[in-house]
Design a protein around this ligand. Structure first.
Ligand SMILES: *Cc1c(COP(=O)(O)O)cnc(C)c1O
Length: 856
């Protein structure tokens, strides 16, 4: 029989246990061991299975609650942990103490958030990063408010068919069983936001709030009674459905997200954000909603250009996609339909202005598409990639938006991702470090120092325990997977012997897009087999990852791998574990000795799984891509040489796979099995220590969030404040930009003279330049005249450019002006220079911002 309705009955906790509800209501438990221990004490077996306080409290029997309510030792411990949470939520932390003129609040938009296995609202790295960002912000006291969607089925649950083909299932998530609460009006009715939809009724959404430590996370949910079915389905799945479905999700996230923030502030008194950070392009419409507020909203009155300046100043855009095919784009006609000035999502906002923001109106662009990344750059004054290499790749990829500038000058910076230590550091290591007295959250240096007080043999023993824990967990998962694949118990005896806690363990787990090359390791199957089965120095591989449900190619890769791993001769040394998620990840990283990553360079924007492995003493074996390109130092792991230059992809795979096997066979396995008399691999341990020392402080999400605050959030808030004050600054800036754009065709470098250097210049010589510039009606204050110089290549193109501002010295009739300045030649080799005029205004974050430059 099928129920016609379902709901969940929430448990009533006896009064003395009320604090359990308080603890369950804040996701801080997911990174706070003492809180986890309290829940484990409530019911160890249930806790082990569920790892979810809300469902745990929903399943415990009333008699057990009564028992606990009379247990004084437990009540005392519960009270302590509750007080600890209250203190954590109220204390002045880094942000309160050390960030002057800090933004009152920062909105952080993301299509996915990976916080805990108990709230499955993520597909991979982007979501985990967003979760770690919120957690680290909470630990630092940064007043972020997260904004996302609540997907009724999350992403999907993965299992395998008998033939090893990925099967997807979509279990329903009941909000009443999730660690979220509805935002409510004063009279208890759930708060809602509404979005106009072309040709239909309004799309309505409820607002759920998850508490991530100090950080509220607002999740919009269209599964409400007033919505017709096709609207209720807007938040059905993460990354499911076609292009219009995705557009509706993104409209809800961006436009609906801003409205949810306003409701949240109105109902809770939370500060209105001064900065809006969009994690990837999907939430880009938030900027349009803020323009609507300022132009046609209730207390509005700004022109579009003025409002655009306000929105830009306060927006930070992070791009994550170095693969051009991965950029989020829509048919322009679809956008035109949804943003019709009358009857569209944002009534009164001109369609042509919206379309212009996402237009690929540059060389090689497609006039028929609307590009969310391009809109991200146009709506955000500050933008970044997620590793140095990715920043470079992004500047190159989007150079077309600033064609007059060198790649190095494109205004896209980089902040390398990080991971949340308390979430990802194994409990066993945590206890080891606590024993050594290290306050590793507060002091980055303490992390490395603490290690010096622990003998190698202790660390190695701990690592073996973690490997063993992984082996046990993997066996349980394998057995469950095989049962699902239709095997009977009698066939599964071998699983008791699958994997070993003493064999060199290599992990590989990530989503399965083709650039990550799940099956590179299968390139030479015989060679891999020899490595797995080596009688003295075997390796074992633990592999996991989901392919997107529509990605047949990815599913075929999984099947290839599963078929290889199914073979009776190797199945004890290589396993594929279905349904990679945070819960599995937390077992996997600490249990691995080596973390393998072999993407096609440079398509891994950053990657974070290797960082999580490194925190747990894992050594990275990776292509020099993303973060590894930046922080590999020759001693903290291994670099798989990349054959970037080889055009034939097949040849490239072959070369890189061969290099991978060579490293495993000649360096990694020998070092792992090289033991001293106590059985400790001393050289291995030295690398492990060096890894923790060199990477430990860098890979932390707290480092990342501090970088965002210092380099992006605080400057964005300052820019927005400078434009405010009845918006006079924004109005002036918009007018100035119009004036500069209109005048620009008359701006010219007419004449350049140089002194002090001839053909045979030496290092140390000074080059003096005078330039005569026509200003086309602008004043010398409106422009910066620059001497741009650098290495000149064979066809006189400047590389690695620098620029120095020239000073105005003399004004002539007809709006012309002379400028002068000097640079020292501090490097030998081919040198070239030119003179360029760019717009100048204190409100610009970069001289490239307008994309305008007049070159000699
Ligand atoms: C860390 C993590 C990822 C991201 O891994 P990448 O290295 O960025 O591919 C994906 N899924 C889960 C569950 C993770 O914990």
């Amino acid at each position: 029989m099928r129920a016609i309705r379902r709901f969940t009955v929430r448990p009533v906790l006896p009064e003395p246990l009320a604090a359990l509800g308080e603890l369950a209501g804040n996701l801080r438990w997911s990174w706070h061991l003492e809180t986890q221990d309290v829940f484990a004490h409530v019911d160890p077996e249930l806790w082990r299975r569920l790892q979810d306080p809300v469902r745990l409290l929903g399943s415990v029997s009333p008699s057990r609650f009564e028992e606990l309510a009379a247990d004084h030792a437990f009540l005392e411990r519960l009270g302590r942990v509750r007080d600890d949470l209250r203190g954590y939520l109220a204390d002045d932390l880094w942000y309160q103490r050390e960030v002057p003129d800090a933004p009152r609040a920062i909105a952080y938009f993301s299509p996915e958030f990976g916080i805990a296995a108990a709230l499955p609202q993520y597909s991979g790295g982007l979501g985990i990063l967003a979760g770690d960002h919120l957690k680290a912000a909470s630990d630092l006291g940064v007043p972020i408010i997260g904004v996302g969607l609540l997907y009724r089925h999350g992403y999907f649950a993965q299992s395998l068919s008998r033939e090893g083909w990925q099967q997807e299932s979509y279990p329903v998530l009941d909000p009443d069983e999730l660690p979220i609460t509805a935002l409510r009006d004063g009279d208890g009715t759930p708060a809602e936001i509404a979005l106009a939809m072309p040709g239909g009724p309004d799309l309505r959404a409820r607002i759920w709030v998850a508490r991530v430590g100090r950080v509220p996370l607002l999740l919009l949910d269209t599964d409400v009674d007033q919505n017709p079915d096709h609207y209720s389905d807007v938040t059905d799945r993460l990354y499911g459905g076609g292009s219009e479905h995705r557009l509706r999700q993104e409209l809800l996230l961006g436009v609906g997200g801003v409205r949810a923030l306003r409701e949240f502030s109105r109902l809770t008194g939370a500060p209105v954000p001064e900065v809006y950070h969009t994690n990837e392009g999907h939430a880009g419409f938030q900027g349009l909603e803020r323009i609507r507020e300022l132009t046609v909203g209730e207390d509005a009155g700004l022109g579009f250009d003025d409002a655009l300046e306000m929105a830009r100043a306060s927006t930070v855009f992070t791009t994550h996609t170095p693969v051009p095919a991965g950029i989020d784009r829509f048919e322009r006609t679809l956008i035109a339909q949804y943003f019709a000035t009358e009857g569209g999502v944002l009534p009164g906002v001109p369609t042509d202005r919206v379309l212009a923001l996402g237009a690929e109106d540059y060389d090689g662009g497609d006039p028929a598409v609307f590009n969310m990344a391009v809109m991200g750059f146009r709506l955000g004054q500050r933008a970044n990639g997620v590793s140095q290499l990715h920043g470079h790749v992004s500047r190159d990829m989007f150079n077309g938006l600033w064609p007059a500038f060198d790649e190095s000058e494109v205004p896209i910076g980089s902040i390398t991702n990080g991971v949340h230590l308390p979430t990802w550091l194994a409990r066993e290591f945590r206890e080891l470090l606590d024993e050594a007295g290290a306050d590793i959250d507060g002091d980055l240096g303490a992390f490395a120092q603490a290690l010096d007080t622990v003998p190698f043999s202790r660390v190695w023993e701990t690592k073996r325990d973690l490997r063993e824990r992984l082996v046990m967990d993997a066996r349980t998962r394998l057995r469950a997977s095989w049962s699902k694949r239709g095997a009977v118990d009698a066939e599964l005896g071998w699983i008791d012997e699958a994997l070993s806690p003493d064999v060199l363990t290599i992990g590989f787990a990530r989503r399965v897009p083709s650039y990550k090359r799940l099956t590179l390791m299968l390139r030479d199957k015989d060679r891999l087999k020899r490595l797995l089965l080596d009688p003295e120095r075997p390796i074992q591989l633990v592999i996991a990852g989901k392919a997107h449900p529509a990605d047949e190619g990815g599913k075929r890769l999984i099947q290839d791998l599963v078929r290889f791993a199914d073979a009776a001769d190797v199945r004890h040394r290589i396993v594929f574990l279905p349904n990679y998620d945070i819960g599995m990840a937390q077992q996997l990283y600490p249990g691995c000795d080596v973390w393998l990553n072999n993407p096609l360079r440079p398509y891994e924007a950053c990657g974070t799984s290797g960082m999580k492995a490194a925190l747990n003493g894992g050594l990275n074996l990776s292509i020099l891509d993303g973060w590894w390109d930046e922080w590999y130092d020759g001693e903290n792991g291994w670099a798989i040489p990349s054959a970037d230059g080889v055009a034939d992809p097949d040849k490239r795979d072959e070369l890189e796979a061969a290099a991978l096997y060579d490293l495993l066979e000649r360096e990694i396995a020998p070092r792992f099995y090289d033991r001293n008399s106590e059985g400790v691999p001393v050289r291995w341990m030295e690398m492990m220590r060096h890894t923790l020392e060199s990477l430990g402080p860098k890979v932390l999400a707290t480092r990342m969030v501090r970088d965002y605050v210092g380099q992006l959030y605080a400057p964005a808030a300052a820019s927005a404040r400078a434009l405010d004050g009845d918006f006079s600054g924004a109005i002036e800036l918009a007018a100035w930009k119009r004036r500069v754009r209109d005048a620009w065709q008359g701006v010219r470098v007419e004449h350049v003279e140089s002194h002090g250097v001839d053909e045979a210049a030496e290092v140390g010589a000074e080059l003096n330049v005078q330039a005569h510039v026509a200003l086309g009606g602008l004043t010398p204050d409106d422009v910066e005249v620059q001497l741009v110089y650098g290495r000149a290549d064979a066809d006189d193109q400047l590389r690695a450019v620098h620029s120095a501002a020239l000073a105005p010295i003399e004004a002539f009739s007809g709006g012309r002006c002379a400028f002068t300045g000097t640079v020292r030649l501090d490097r030998a080799g081919p040198f070239g220079y030119t003179v360029r005029v760019v717009p100048r205004n204190p409100h610009l974050a970069s001289t490239a911002e307008l994309g305008l430059a007049a070159l000699a």
